[in-house]
Design a protein around this ligand. Sequence first.
Ligand SMILES: [Zn+2]
Length: 259
Amino acid sequence: MMAGQDAQAWRARAVGSAASDIDLVFDAADRPGTVTALLAACVCNPDGQAIEADEAWDWTLSQRLQALIAMRLAAQEPVIELQSACTRCSEAMELALDLRALAGQTATPRFHWRSDSGIELALRLPRGCDLQSWMLDGPSSPEALAASLIEAVHGVAPDEEQPALSTLLPMLDDAFEAHDPLTALRLHTTCPECAHDNTLVCDLEALLIDGFSRAQARMLDDVLQLASAFHWREADILALPRWRRAHYLRQLHHEGAWA
Ligand SMILES: [Zn+2]
């Protein structure tokens, strides 16, 4: 079941809409930390207060991803262009992913699942802090990671009755994917050359982070252009509303060299 209320409970702004975004750190070695920093910078509670990092860590991966999608939509760039190659004939394929179709699809944090053999599990989605502790604690077995997401087996705490996890594991992966399809998003596309039906597994979070990093780079580029042309200070340029920065840049490009 999808919960639509989360999306209404907070508001997101675009990366690049505040001067402080110039200080955002995109750390490829710490993706969970990067996401938390982005959310703490760009997501507000309904009362307009920025959310705390602790709150962002506590959100499920599904909630975190939805907030990143909302940030991207706030930038009014709803479409991500993907390039891939057909797995059968290697023909280049292009795919447009429209984030508006994915917004608001927050998976509920807890769900029940029943295996074919009749084992009933109460499962929870991983949260940001789970990723952080998995990263800090070093490599763990897939069984141990899955076990940490099982809250009950046949209604009792899992320590008392441990099912054969290694045999359940592939099915558990499917169960998590079915409940939260966006976290490891599968896209289907037909090859224009050979008509083969390709399935692309898409790391949506990575694509979104990449887009935010490019938005920050554009912001720095704008500052550089305006500073070179008008000899304004960085802080003054960043203090300008975005529409005014865009206006001056347009002038600059229409008029040629002003400096
Ligand atoms: Zn093909």
